[in-house]
Design a protein around this ligand. Structure first.
Ligand code: BGC
Length: 491
């Protein structure tokens, strides 16, 4: 009898949850999009006056860095095939297209005050015009990892003079395209740029200043973000009527075991990873726990000053509230627990955080990228966490997606889209989160950094063995198109 009641109760629960979800729709002003970045799709790496980026330089000097020894020299050849891309976007029905502007294509030598490459300007200018002609809003990332190599030669993001170089580049693109671009993202994923680029050495420029580079780079990058945000506010916002944010990546962390210590570990790793960049942009400083831990660990290590630099009062004021929206890149969830002191090498970001984040074998893992796990509820919890902690700022999901191998029948990507968009709907309708849009990564299969072309993340397959880089929509393209069209989920 009891068993019978249990089954009935759970059937009722499933039906209620299902019917509630199918009655929800995405708000009218909710933006649907797809995302990409210059180095990953454009190709034409040495054409029309473009300068050399840290990715061109690193992968030509050391092809073994990438699993299939590939690089972005040709990529999807979007520099030549952009008209086809726009047709794919138009047919998909997206409201926005997120792409990045290649710094060395606009300012080949990188330096503040140096020559602007007219051919690069023309390329983006025409592209923006054509997007607008199809009613697709450009969502422009100013910096998505392709730093001019010249700037790296003087230290890159570790040298504070880069702030002025970045400002020159950013202001140049705002002056050139801001009459038509109304949505700006200053940086894509500061954590990846700094921790993997300058501390762990697993992304360009592949430097290994463990536990030091990550914070120096983040500090310079955050100041550059704050300065361009204030410049934009002061000089362009009223006339151009645009908005500006930053795209920060974050997973969600569940406690490894159901106990207070692991719950605390999950909170701590979130404050270290997401908090390192989000907290300053919202509050003006790093999370207190980061400051306390890094200051005291640095002291114990014998450093005369903390490895985490300090903001001046003026910088704090500049940074506080330096956003119109928060861009959130989210792919996965992990299990968190505190680790013993000898678990990580010192100095390092991981040691400073004191927490390990590992996969959960019972969650679905991507076959192409095993660390990526499909946990839609993680996105919902992350959105609620941001809402509760930071007075519900507007959040634009600037990336979310799923890694597969080749093939048009991408059922797992469809599960990802339905699952994560269900989580977004619940976050909006049941939790009151201000999610203003969702931009899927990515329109096309593209150069997935160290995963080369083996990892596929597109709604559209690209044949990288064909010089034409033929594009063929996958099953997920049709599913996403239907969702955009109905503004509902068919779940
Ligand atoms: C990056 C993209 C990348 C995507 C999928 C994000 O971290 O912003 O450039 O392709 O993840 O791996």
């Amino acid at each position: 009898m009891q068993w019978y009641i249990c089954v009935l109760a759970s059937m009722w629960l499933i039906l209620t949850v299902h019917s509630e979800l199918s009655s929800y729709s995405f708000p009218e002003d909710f933006a649907f999009g797809v995302s990409s970045s210059a180095y990953q799709i454009e190709g034409a790496a040495f054409e029309d006056g473009k300068g050399i980026s840290i990715w061109d330089f690193s992968l030509h000097n050391n092809p073994d860095l990438v699993s299939d020894r590939s690089n972005g020299d040709v990529a999807c050849d979007s520099y030549h095939k952009w008209k086809e891309d726009i047709q794919l976007l138009k047919n998909l029905g997206v409201n926005v297209y997120r792409f990045s502007i290649s710094w060395p294509r606009i300012i080949p030598s990188g330096y503040k005050g140096s020559t602007i490459n007219q051919k690069g300007v023309d390329f983006y200018s025409t592209f923006i015009d054509e997007l607008l002609a199809e009613n697709i809003l450009p969502l422009v990332t100013i910096y998505h990892w392709d730093l001019p190599q010249n700037l790296q030669d003087k230290g890159g993001w570790l040298n504070e003079t880069i702030i002025d170089d970045y400002l020159y580049f950013a202001e140049t693109v705002i002056q050139l395209f801001g009459d038509r671009v109304k949505h700006w993202i200053t940086f894509n994923e500061p954590f990846y740029i700094c921790e993997y680029g300058y501390s762990e050495g697993s992304l360009a420029p592949f430097l290994n200043e463990s536990g030091v580079g990550v914070y120096k780079c983040s500090h310079n990058l955050l100041i550059a973000h704050g300065r361009i945000y204030r410049e934009y506010e002061k000089k362009y916002k009223t006339t151009q009527k645009g908005i500006m944010g930053i795209a920060i990546n974050s997973g969600w962390f569940e406690p490894k075991e159901d106990n207070d210590s692991d719950r605390e570990a999950a909170e701590q790793i979130l404050l270290f990873s997401l908090g390192m960049h989000l907290h300053p942009v919202i509050t003006g400083n790093y999370p207190a726990i980061m400051i306390e831990r890094i200051d005291s660990i640095s002291k114990a290590e014998g450093y005369t000053q903390s490895r985490l630099p300090k903001f001046t009062e003026k910088e704090k004021e500049m940074l506080r509230g330096s956003f119109d929206f928060i861009g959130l890149n989210h792919y996965s969830t992990a299990l968190a627990t505190f680790v013993d002191a000898d678990f990580y090498n010192q100095p390092s970001f991981s040691y400073d955080s004191g927490v390990s984040a590992t996969p959960n074998p019972s969650w679905e893992s991507s076959i192409a990228q095993p660390g990526m796990q499909m946990v839609p509820e993680g996105l919902r919890k992350l959105l609620v966490w941001i809402k509760d902690r930071y007075q519900n700022p507007p959040v634009l999901i600037t990336e979310n997606g799923w890694a597969t191998g080749e093939g048009l029948n991408d059922e797992s990507r469809i599960r990802c889209i339905n699952g994560y968009l269900s989580a977004v709907l619940k976050a909006i309708h049941e939790d009151g989160c201000r999610v203003i849009g969702y931009s899927h990564w990515s329109l096309l299969d593209n150069f997935e950094w160290l995963g080369g072309y083996r990892i596929r993340m597109g709604l559209v397959e690209v044949d990288f063995n064909n010089t034409e880089r033929t594009r063929t929509p996958k099953k997920s393209y049709e599913v996403y198109k239907k969702i955009i069209d109905s503004r509902k989920l068919d779940v």
